[in-house]
Design a protein. Sequence first.
Length: 326
Amino acid sequence: MASSTPSASPPAAKEGYPQLSTSRPVAASTEGVIPINYTDPPDHTRLRRALIKEFTVARVQSLQPMIAAVVDALIDGMLEAGPPLDLQSRFALAVPTSVILAMLGIAYDEHGFFHERAGLVVSTNLDSALARQAQPDIRARMREILREKEKNPEAHDDLMERLIREQIRPGNLSHEEACSLLQSLVIAGHETTASIIGLGMLLLLRNPEIDRRLRDETSTKTAEQAVEEMLRYWSTTNFVAFRVALEDVGFRGVTIRAGEGILPQVVAANHDPAVFTRLPKRMPTLRLAIPFGEVEFKRGYLTHGLHALPVTWQADCGSTGAEGTR
């Protein structure tokens, strides 16, 4: 996210840049490349332009059949395994991991490696050496996959191959910049999404009336609005857009002095009283397998989510096959 004002800048090398903990210091650069979320225009604009075509409305809509197939396959697996099971690992995490790896053209067999490293990156209370090594590990593996794909970048037309053809070969991106962007996609592409799927399901399981209304709803617009509201309500990212003030700035009667760190809280913004006043058809008997008070929420992470979501259901009440989603 680029800075929207010249009064604040993100580069982590600047004095006063906020750090959440000693175990997770923000690096000013990695292999000489500043990560996209710590850059300002024009660098941010150039890096963002390299990926923007991959996330247009049309491109994302074209992924719907693949995502639907992933979802149905995972539900089939859960129904076959039978209750109870952990919905967080078997579904909430598996869906976005499968999708982002498929988009990149990376075999799903690698999901364990990327999930483990991504978890280290967003944790704020682990051993500092582990946290610092996680990002180089991800980039090193991306570098290996990128080099392998460069031998035949027309083989599958996945995101990484398009990045090679349209950005690296013409000289718009260096290899290290590409690896940094790919690292950001892998981390952002599954960690926050897994969190919101798990938290969203927890909300529905705790509110049966809302759950029933959504199950019976035929309008996709209503479902889209429900997703938007869940994103606002849960706000899985605790902090975004770390900044350091370059000059004195006034904000709602408070003066932020030059050199002071700024940590905008998404949770607070999404629950501002001045602004806001207010699975599943195929598994209709899905419910929590443990008391709500025993659900384990993540602590000490940059993202808000669940470690596990134990669920159960009446085993003979689940529909099989993709027809159950229509």
